[in-house]
Design a binder for this molecule. Structure first.
Ligand SMILES: *[C@@H]1O[C@H](CO)[C@@H](O)[C@H](O)[C@H]1NC(C)=O
Ligand SMILES: *[C@@H]1O[C@H](CO)[C@@H](O)[C@H](O)[C@H]1NC(C)=O
Ligand SMILES: *[C@@H]1O[C@H](CO)[C@@H](O)[C@H](O)[C@H]1NC(C)=O
Ligand SMILES: *[C@@H]1O[C@H](CO)[C@@H](O)[C@H](O)[C@H]1NC(C)=O
Ligand SMILES: *[C@@H]1O[C@H](CO)[C@@H](O)[C@H](O)[C@H]1NC(C)=O
Ligand SMILES: *[C@@H]1O[C@H](CO)[C@@H](O)[C@H](O)[C@H]1NC(C)=O
Length: 331
């Protein structure tokens, strides 16, 4: 009797699965995209990173791929949130931009380091007059952001760049900053950002309306170097790491995590060990340099209504105290 019941139960489960696949037109063999690399042989790091407890998916592919964009979006609930934390209402823009990219791979095919040691280099003025360049260059993976230059600052910040996160208003446009070894990651905050990338890659006219600052009008990166960050990473940074509310009061501008925190969240998903350099704001001196380059001062950051710097500082303090990361700009 029990054998019958088990058999009936199993065939019911099987039938349900088959029907589900037929009804939803899904590929029966499709499995969630949890592997870190799409094409390469799988290099899994067996030991757990210190910050593993913060992650919901231990093996998450951080870049969107044209081929399975829709499936991935629904698997990770990206289709339930609007930009910048999801793809709902902008799926067509994502699809267009992705159609012009040549790869969504994480590391190149010759990469064979299973447990990556990474450094996330913030653009903070704290890097000025420090000589961390050689130390930074010694990591497996070096993540930089926006227009923080390497050129002319090699002693302070090193020469190598594995990943650089950018958005249209922050991207380099001077070809002197090109580096064929860098993978440039678009962090999309609004539909315009994807449209901008698509227009640049198709050689169309760039519509510069809808940006808070003039966007780059040419790309110094070749299509093979460009990726689009999965908005899940930004959502994770906002809701799970910075504990942003799901809805902001009408009187406030909705806050976004800074690129620095997004870069750390990305590092948590692809690295085994994460070190930080250049993450520091000194609000007690509004005239102190904001970045290790240029002339901007802290006063610029304190006026910023789009970020919650308090929440970010609490988060950084917490992950440093818990030894999830190491602060290289420690005196
Ligand atoms: C860096 O060094 C230069 C020259 O020694 C000095 O003028 C400048 O004030 C220093 N900057 C910082 C942020 O310490
Ligand atoms: C890029 O990588 C090649 C091969 O590893 C290396 O020879 C070259 O110096 C690198 N260029 C930069 C700018 O890092
Ligand atoms: C911030 O800047 C002030 C003024 O330059 C300085 O006295 C103070 O030590 C700095 N604070 C930190 C935490 O570096
Ligand atoms: C910063 O200020 C100096 C001196 O005022 C000026 O020569 C330089 O061009 C400025 N740099 C930038 C990036 O604006
Ligand atoms: C910023 O974050 C802190 C800490 O999570 C929170 O107490 C504060 O209300 C937030 N401020 C704004 C303006 O959202
Ligand atoms: C890293 O260490 C430096 C020096 O002690 C400190 O000023 C800075 O605030 C630290 N960074 C963070 C994010 O706590």
């Amino acid at each position: 009797m029990r054998g019958y019941l088990v058999a009936i139960f199993l065939s019911a489960v099987f039938l349900y699965y088959v029907l589900h696949c037929i009804l939803w037109g899904a590929n029966v063999y499709w499995v969630p995209p949890v592997e870190m690399k799409r094409r390469n042989k799988i290099q899994t790091c067996l030991s757990k990173p210190a910050f593993a407890s913060l992650l919901r998916f231990q093996q998450f592919h951080p870049f969107l791929c044209a081929a399975d964009f829709k499936k991935v979006a629904s698997f990770y609930d990206n289709d339930k949130f609007d930009l910048p934390y999801g793809t709902r209402t902008s799926a067509e823009y994502f699809r267009l931009a992705l159609s012009k990219l040549q790869s969504c791979d994480l590391f190149d095919e010759f990469d064979n380091v299973p447990c990556k040691k990474c450094v996330v280099v913030g653009n903070g003025g704290v890097l000025k007059n420090k000589t961390l360049g050689e130390t930074i260059d010694s990591y497996d993976v070096i993540i930089r952001m926006n227009n923080g230059p390497v050129l002319g600052h090699e002693e302070e910040v090193g020469r190598r760049t594995t990943f650089r996160l950018f958005y249209p208003e922050s991207v380099f446009s001077d070809p002197k900053h090109s580096d064929p070894n860098t993978t440039a990651i678009l962090t999309a905050f609004k539909p315009h950002d994807l449209k901008w990338l698509w227009e640049l890659l198709t050689g169309g006219k760039i519509n510069t309306n809808g940006f808070w600052k003039k966007p780059g009008l040419n790309l110094i990166y070749k299509p093979y170097q460009i990726r689009i960050l999965d908005p899940y990473i930004i959502r994770m940074a906002a809701y799970e790491l910075l504990n942003f509310p799901k809805v902001f009061p009408k009187s406030q501008k909705p806050k976004h995590p800074t690129t620095g925190i997004i870069a750390i969240t990305l590092a948590f998903h692809i690295c085994h060990e994460v070190h930080l350099a250049g993450f520091k704001y000194n609000f007690s001196d509004l005239k102190s340099p904001l970045h290790y380059y240029g002339n901007a001062t802290m006063s610029l950051m304190s006026q910023n209504a789009y970020h919650n710097v308090t929440a970010e500082q609490l988060f950084l303090k917490d992950i440093i105290e818990k030894n999830f990361v190491i602060n290289l700009t420690q005196d």
